[in-house]
Design a protein. Sequence first.
Length: 222
Amino acid sequence: MPDTTVVQEIELIIEDVGGGGGKPPARKDSGGDDGEHRGSERRPSPRRYYTGIAVGMASIVMFFMALASVYIIRKLSSTDWVPVQLPAILWANTGMLLASSFTMEIARRRIAKSDLSGFRTFWYVTTALGIFFLVGQVIAWRRLISQGVFVASNPASSFFYIFTGAHALHLCGGTGALVYVAARKFENARVSRFTAAEVTSYYWHFMDVLWIFLLALLYLGK
């Protein structure tokens, strides 16, 4: 009968909802697995940091390659190109930057061996060498200015200041990263100290290679 059927359907619904022996669905925010889930959210996979620095370096390469292309075309087609005599301090600056890559690599290997004390020592040396390089670049600019060579003096001097200034600006970012890794407490950070040091070392070595390329370009363009 229709009434009997309705009653039976209501009883079935009550059993399904009210607990006719079935187990309740597990809560997504309970249990021991949740601690691991929260931990994974707090410290994500290092892959994103490696990918991020790779994308950043690729964009920097494209920027400087575009500048280098314009530099070569302008030099070959220019009638007012006056070569810039590179200040001697640039060679000392280059030596400091290459030395900083060496100490950076030692620091990276020390952190890989969990030698925190040795890591800090060579990391601080790398940071100091980076700062000395930037100071040396300022000295080189001041020497050119004292000789009457300014940004707008001629196309060659314009490119010299653009290349060295843009590189110094990007190196300031790398120096800031060095200071951050040295001062940061990584116990509760979203990235581990090892990952931060690795990513920073990639960028720093990249800045060294970029500087060698720019210096060779400027030297050959005299």
